[in-house]
Ligand binder design. Structure first.
Ligand code: PXP
Length: 247
């Protein structure tokens, strides 16, 4: 069965927008696990725009499934990962000006750094995945760097998805990439931009173990939960409305 890793960065984005304590991603992780998540994914970015160290520390103590920490090749964050020991680290590229992770890591260009970091993480008892575009040269480079997992970037597939033509070139590239990664002995995860419409063709990727999905799940939860949230506030107004306060 394909495992579901739920990315809860957006919960932290909402919290940071008000610089307050809610919504708490730690609570979101518990809810996601209750919903059946097989793992919780968070990206600790260099600019700390959403997830904070505090979140990762508490998640490490509270989640019952597994913690997947996404991070770029920054010394400071590698050291943090070695201290916290997530179950798995996914190495991603990071640009300050981007809204979300735009492309896969260039494993060819970053091969030396990648190799050193993967070795350090593995020596620290952490499993390592690398997020790359579905290109054979990238997959070969990940293998040479010593990672055990690959996460295939499904962003191009998601962006070009049409329910009229679900079997796109981009899907074909992912199929071939998954097959190739497996033939090299890599384990295969995938994610980015997947939603309730475009996920089904991806479920047929050969050797796929896990999908990491964030935006679409958090977006949907707003609408599955909004009616009740309004109702609860309305009930308070009904209960307390018209009361006078005598001081
Ligand atoms: N996988 C990786 C490596 C990511 O960087 C992200 C986005 O943070 C995701 C999966 C999830 O993408 P989305 O939020 O579009 O579902």
């Amino acid at each position: 069965m394909i495992q579901l890793g739920v990315n809860i960065d957006h919960i932290a984005t909402l919290r940071q927008a008000r610089d307050t304590i809610e919504p708490d991603p730690v609570r979101a992780a518990i809810m996601a696990e209750l919903g059946g998540a097989d793992g919780i994914t968070v990206h600790l970015r260099e600019d700390r725009r959403h997830i904070q160290e505090r979140d990762v520390r508490l998640l490490r103590q509270t989640i019952q499934t597994k913690l997947n920490l996404e991070m770029a090749l920054y010394e400071e964050i590698v050291n943090f990962a070695l201290e916290i020991k997530p179950d798995i680290v996914c190495i991603v590229p990071e640009k300050r000006e981007e809204i979300t992770t735009e492309g896969g890591l260039d494993a060819v260009q970053n091969q030396r750094d990648l190799q050193k970091t993967i070795e350090r993480l593995k020596n620290g008892g952490i499993r390592v995945s690398v997020f790359v575009d579905p290109l054979p040269e990238q997959i070969s480079a990940v293998k040479e760097c010593g990672a055990e997992w690959i996460e295939l970037h499904t962003g191009a597939y998601s962006q070009s998805f049409s329910s009229l033509n679900p079997f796109s070139q981009e899907l074909h590239a992912l199929m071939k990439a998954a097959q190739y990664a497996h033939s090299l002995g890599l384990r295969v995860n995938a994610g980015h931009g997947l939603d309730y419409q475009n996920v089904w063709p991806i479920c047929a990727l050969p050797h796929l173990e896990e999908l990491n999905i964030g935006h679409s799940i958090i977006s949907r939860s707003v609408f599955t939960g909004l009616k009740q949230a309004v109702r609860e506030m309305k009930d308070l107004l009904i209960k307390y409305g018209g009361q006078t306060h005598d001081h």
